[in-house]
Write a protein of this length. Structure first.
Length: 354
């Protein structure tokens, strides 16, 4: 297979973890006879510093021509002035709109070695294996905004089409898993949530083999910490999903373990770890690369259709989690580079055994 992969290193630890993802993808290509071409482009704070634009024209052009996109991280305190008119996160939102990727997929499955690092008691995290589907191109993040010296507004707006396509995506995924969808809203207060609930209920009738339950976002925040193993596929709107997925990530023991895929639109999918740019450790080879490497595995599966290769990478990460020295966030002393090398070696071993 031939594929053009755009790499957006971004800010903070982004370049370090993106390099780890590229190294794994290069090895997969060599091992399985594929031809992957990589092109780096600027986004976020790095793009602001270099071009004055968080998503420059050259990056936009490359994104539209890509088969898949690997993203490091965006943002940092350097660009966090609340009065700034140009911010790194604007690059993310513009990219999602440009590509039309409306479904953010965030799997969460606990590994026995890292489960002990979770702040929750082991009996609460045992058996956790869930996936969040977050709507990505609508809601309050994309609504009309106003700001004056005395007040500000952010419009939250959803259409039936926007809700239905992401909810249907969740039901299709649930059919391949434990056949349960939890739709999260705030229907007791918000009109957009009432629309969300009615559309989810209607779509659910098309999937009689899948159980549907509704949860209010505040109760869902509690249930994620008290009974997370009861959930399978959780689907929700943009802002609620942003908050809940960061909360859920601590169940795995570290933000550095969690991958994500932004897919569903006419453009290429975007694959990134859910951790931030962590500027306090940038450039020190302390960052955990496993979330990015698992995101690269999702890239192989969802954008390139290389399911066997994706499984090899995921098995290699499991092997490293089980047997290798890990990064500081997971209680180890390994560097970003040494963990990446361990994954590459495990990939070779798993490929030979496949």
């Amino acid at each position: 297979m031939k594929a053009q992969i755009v790499v957006l290193p971004g800010d903070g630890i982004g370049p370090e973890v993106a390099a780890a993802g590229v190294a794994v993808l290069r090895q997969v290509a060599e091992r399985f006879g594929h031809q992957f071409t990589f092109a780096e482009h600027a986004i976020g704070g790095d793009a602001i510093d270099r071009f004055g634009d968080p998503l420059p024209p050259a990056t936009r052009e490359a994104l539209l021509a890509a088969d898949a996109i690997l993203l490091g991280a965006v943002g940092g305190p350097k660009w966090s002035d609340p009065n700034a008119t140009v911010r790194p996160e604007q690059g993310l939102l513009a990219m999602r709109k440009l590509l039309g990727v409306f479904a953010n997929v965030r799997p969460l499955k606990l590994h026995p070695r890292t489960a002990a690092l979770s702040p929750l008691k082991p009996e609460r995290t045992k058996g956790v294996d869930l996936v969040f589907i977050r709507e990505l191109t609508g809601g309050i993040y994309f609504g009309a905004k106003t700001r004056s010296d005395t007040d500000a507004t952010d419009e939250c707006r959803y259409s039936v089409v926007e809700i239905e396509r992401v909810v249907r995506h969740a039901f299709e995924l649930a059919r391949t898993r434990k056949k349960k969808v939890t739709s999260v809203d705030k229907a007791n207060v918000l009109e957009t949530s009432r629309l969300w609930r009615s559309v989810a209920t209607r779509v659910g009738a098309d999937y009689p083999d899948v159980e549907l339950e509704h949860q209010l976002v505040d109760s869902m925040a509690m249930h994620l910490l008290t009974r997370p193993a009861e959930y399978d596929v959780i689907v929700t709107e943009n802002m609620f999903g942003d908050i809940l997925t960061d909360e859920a990530s601590v169940l795995a023991g570290s933000l550095g373990l969690s991958p994500s895929a932004s897919i569903g639109g006419p453009g290429a999918g975007v694959y990134e770890p859910i951790h931030g740019s962590a500027p306090d450790i940038a450039g020190q080879q302390l960052a955990n690369p496993l979330g990015t490497i698992l995101s690269a595995a999702m890239l192989l599966r969802h954008s390139l259709g290389l399911t066997n290769e994706a499984a090899v990478v995921e098995a290699a990460v499991d092997h490293v989690l089980e047997h290798s020295n890990l990064t500081r966030d997971l209680g180890g002393s390994a560097t970003t580079y040494t963990v990446t090398r361990a994954v590459l070696e495990a990939c070779n071993a798993k490929a030979e055994a496949a």
